[in-house]
Design a protein around this ligand. Structure first.
Ligand code: CO
Length: 212
């Protein structure tokens, strides 16, 4: 238990140094949040939304799950998306994947992992859709990196296809949906895809299909 006490000690020191740097910091956040970003990312401990974007508390609304998956039957993710768009009116919805994702790796393996394999089926479906492209990659690492990217693109498609996003865009609300990917090897983000109500822009790689 003693090591858990460190959390409170570190928290106290952080609250004190934050207040010292900006005496109004907590007071200004206490009454409302006004984030411009919704982050849908992987639960992986190496991929913390605020730190990666160097944004302080109050600026990112966050949903994380294994392998940053968005499925239209997931009430948890949909509730976050609805609140972010309808109430917070975020300007940017971000789906962020990362290379070396354990969920992607597990989906590529023959090994049985129990319950989580039901969740990973979503990634296996993506792998099946893009099988021809993935098979062109010559190494396991290249296949894995590509599937990490394609998974992001599929989840951006899933976000855009929700009734929440479609209804908001139909009503003229302005916001973008971005697909990006993070490298745990060098800390850098890469832009993959950018969608607005009437526009889809692919960055970098020339993917064969995007929004169907
Ligand atoms: Co991951």
């Amino acid at each position: 238990m003693d090591d858990f006490k460190k959390i409170f000690e570190k928290n106290k020191a952080w609250a004190a140094s934050t207040t010292a740097a900006n005496p109004n910091f907590f007071e200004s956040l206490a009454h409302q949040q006004n984030p411009e970003h919704l982050w849908i990312g992987c639960s992986d401990s190496r991929v913390p939304a605020n730190q990666i974007m160097d944004l302080p508390p109050g600026e990112v609304f966050v949903h994380r799950n294994i392998a940053n998956i968005v499925v239209p039957s997931d009430l948890n993710c949909l509730s976050v998306l609805q609140y972010a768009i309808e109430v917070l009116k975020v300007r940017h919805v971000i789906v962020c994947g990362h290379y070396g994702c354990g969920g992607i790796e597990a989906s590529m393996s023959e090994r049985k992992n129990g319950m989580i394999d039901n969740w990973l089926r979503h990634i296996r479906t993506t792998a099946r859709i893009y099988r021809d492209l993935i098979e062109k990659a010559t190494t396991h690492e290249a296949k894995s990196d590509l599937l990490c990217e394609l998974n992001v693109i599929e989840q951006v498609h899933n976000v855009c296809a929700t009734t929440i996003v479609q209804d908001a865009w139909d009503a003229g609300q302005k916001f973008s949906v971005h697909g990006i990917i993070y490298s745990v090897r060098n800390g850098l983000l890469k832009d993959l895809i950018h969608c607005e109500a009437d526009k889809v822009e692919i960055k970098g790689e020339d993917y064969p299909t995007v929004l169907r």
